[in-house]
Design a protein around this ligand. Structure first.
Ligand code: ZN
Length: 356
């Protein structure tokens, strides 16, 4: 298989990446990245060589920019799938971790396939974090294979099953969109922190402190969403979006939620789905429905047209970040920003003049 070949080439190379892994392991646990014991003499040679290399790089002043830079040798290379996880790694890892996110703004994780570049990044990584619960549906095999040769953390694995929503009441198959229930997402932040602490116990205090500070911000965020949701009377808390990404949000903050497509975007919405939803919107005189940044908006546009044909005018209330963060540096470019943007957009669009 092509993938195996790529991984094999990476693992068998004597390049700097392998050297880096050995240097870190020599300093901590004394085993190689593949779990085999490294002889002391060989380790000494590797460490000596690395020290020489570090000195050369430092002298030439290119430590920060070169891919083989001295600073990077010391950092944990952490690859993650969705931006929400990458955000947590960046915050908790600080300058000890190089966080490498695979899925950028507007990317749909349900249909995302790892590119050759992604495979390279993952094979070089010290650790890989992903959501799990079949969110990264097309990457499952790749991630499973990588777990044989390196540390792979599924950030949702510690969440008790009774806190997860099932899909179509089928046990053992769960809705993966847990990030919009903020306290539930806090569990994944703890999972990221736990993994980093286990990888570098000498920096565990730093990771824990940053994780605690972030968790405090998330507790405030949870309060913010609750307060904002409370601005809407209960009967107006109906959220209709492109796909079923907001069921945890609905459970946590008292919204009835409906998605045109199901839990995954892999199944296309049919004409009957559009008609049924349009009928519901018109009958309940719902003021706004929402598009999602990671799902094409044509289906939601089709619903607004169908609603109009039934004699009710529903507006598109705005774009929500469902499965992907926004562009870096914008409001939706962080997890906290995405959650705030969504609740503000939802409440402001669903408010009637009387409730404003
Ligand atoms: Zn989704």
């Amino acid at each position: 298989m092509k993938f195996e070949k790529i991984v094999h080439n990476k693992l068998s190379s004597t390049g700097l990446q392998v050297l880096k892994a050995h240097v870190r392991n020599a300093a901590s646990i004394g085993i190689s990245s593949t779990g085999k014991a490294v002889g002391m003499t060989r380790m000494k040679h590797i460490v000596l060589f690395a020290m020489l290399l570090t000195g050369v790089i430092a002298l030439c002043g290119c430590g920060d920019t070169s891919p083989s830079g001295a600073r990077k040798i010391e950092k944990i290379q952490a690859v993650s799938t969705i931006g929400q996880i990458n955000d947590a790694i960046t915050i908790i890892g600080g300058d000890r971790v190089e966080a490498i996110g695979l899925m950028g703004a507007g990317v749909d994780p349900h249909s995302y396939k790892a590119s050759a570049g992604d495979l390279r990044k993952m094979s070089r990584a010290d650790v890989i974090f992903y959501n799990g619960l079949h969110l990264e549906a097309k990457m499952g095999d790749v991630l499973e294979k990588l777990a044989d040769s390196k540390r792979v953390t599924t950030v949702t694995q510690g969440i008790p099953e009774d806190k997860l929503l099932t899909v179509d009441n089928v046990s053992g198959y769960h809705d993966p969109h847990i990030w919009f229930d903020v306290p539930l997402w806090m569990e994944t932040v703890r999972a990221v922190s736990g993994t980093l602490c286990a990888m570098e116990p000498e920096h565990a205090e730093e990771f824990k402190q940053r994780a605690e500070a972030y968790l405090e911000q998330l507790a405030e965020l949870h309060q913010y969403v609750q307060d904002k949701a409370a601005e809407l009377p209960e009967q107006q808390r109906i959220l209709i979006t492109a796909h079923d990404a907001f069921r945890y949000f609905g459970r946590a903050y008292g919204f009835k939620v409906m998605g045109l497509q199901g839990i995954s975007t892999e199944a296309e919405a049919g004409t009957k789905d559009v008609q049924d939803l349009a009928k519901f919107v018109a009958e309940n005189k719902i003021r706004a429905i929402f598009i999602e940044s990671s799902v094409p908006e044509r289906n939601i546009r089709a619903v607004t047209e169908a609603v109009r044909a039934l004699g009710w005018e529903v507006k598109v209330g705005g774009e929500l970040f469902s499965d992907a963060l926004g562009e870096a540096g914008t409001e939706g470019g962080t997890y906290i920003g995405m959650v705030k943007h969504n609740i503000d957009t939802i409440v402001n669009a669903l408010k009637t003049p009387e409730t404003e």
